[in-house]
Design a protein around this ligand. Structure first.
Ligand SMILES: [Zn+2]
Ligand SMILES: [Zn+2]
Length: 307
């Protein structure tokens, strides 16, 4: 039995509807899937129904963009309550930031004689969490770029003319936000960050797990993060980060997480819920790790690798 715990739908920058995604998962024989749309939990209600129909276990989740010490990182929040008022209020803010960022990107494109309109991007996105892939799609559909890669290369990649820096919540606040919504905080694709040095601080702030298996992790990267997760007593997760058809071929099911890790994640969640009162958004002060953990951490070799 296998799971894919990192998937996106039309509620952020994926192309599949929840129903299509559940159907693909059923065809692939997956036992469990999680929905991790960027800065939103809107798709979770439909996904719950779709998975029930497909006979697949569903884990509600989200993927928050955060930062720590100037490093961008993504935090997956598993088992968050998709009705949690504080979570919804904060997400509404993140979504506003995303929408304003789109307007700013479009303004910069206009300055470069690309007469794209923000409304065209919002119409294509048709969701509250629009992002750069939607601008890229609008550029292709408007005939300004031949394909999505060209849109990113010419305009949207970091330090290209239409790139706009993005406000990010602090990772420590993001962890607290996930916890108060009843969720577990897992660092997404740590291998893409190449900043393992921030992991101890995240652990001190209550990080619950590491996404050890990911499409862009090499075999050695997965091994490395598995070892790190075990050393630091963190949950182990994995997923394909499928965005449907928006990035070439759909990736769902290409990363197959053994179901035993889902079991462990569920028992960790049950433990947390039994000991931690919910609805308490406090950012825990960062406690230094104990000396032996730091020693073990330092003894691990950190191998950089290519995306
Ligand atoms: Zn991510
Ligand atoms: Zn993702």
């Amino acid at each position: 039995m296998f799971a894919d715990l990192h998937l996106h739908t039309i509620f952020s920058d994926g192309t599949y509807t929840p129903e299509e995604l559940a159907d693909r998962a059923r065809q692939l024989g997956l036992a469990a899937i999680a929905l991790t749309d960027h800065d939103t939990v809107e798709g979770c209600a439909r996904m719950t129904l779709a998975c029930k129909k497909a006979g697949i276990e569903f884990l509600p989740a989200t993927e928050l963009t955060a930062e720590l010490d100037g490093n961008e990182l993504h935090l997956l929040g598993y088992f968050v309550d998709s009705q949690n008022p504080r979570l919804l209020a904060e997400m509404a803010e993140f979504q506003k930031v995303r929408q304003n960022r789109i307007r700013e990107m479009v303004a910069r494109l206009n300055q470069h004689n690309i007469p794209l309109q923000a409304d065209a991007v919002f119409a294509i996105a048709n969701c509250r969490s629009p992002g750069r892939p939607h601008v890229a799609r609008a550029l292709v559909m408007g005939g300004f770029c031949a394909n999505l890669d060209e849109a990113f290369e010419r305009f949207l990649k970091k330090n290209r003319p239409a790139w706009v820096p993005k406000f990010k919540i602090s990772a420590l606040e993001a962890i607290a936000l996930i916890h108060q919504a009843g969720g577990l905080a897992v660092m997404a694709h740590p291998g893409l960050n190449r900043t393992d040095g921030i992991i101890p601080d995240l652990v001190s702030a209550g990080l619950d797990g590491l996404e050890c298996f990911h499409t862009k992790h090499s075999h050695s990267a997965s091994e490395h993060y598995l070892r790190l997760a075990k050393e630091l007593n963190l949950a182990i997760t994995g997923g394909s980060d499928c965005h449907g058809l928006s990035k070439g071929k759909p990736l769902i099911g290409t990363v197959r997480l053994p179901y035993e890790y889902v079991e462990k994640l569920k028992s960790k969640s049950a433990n947390r819920k039994s000991v931690e009162p919910l609805n308490r958004l406090t950012v825990k002060p960062v406690q230094p790790l104990d000396a032996s953990t730091i020693q073990r951490f330092n003894a691990l070799t950190i191998q950089p690798f290519n995306e």
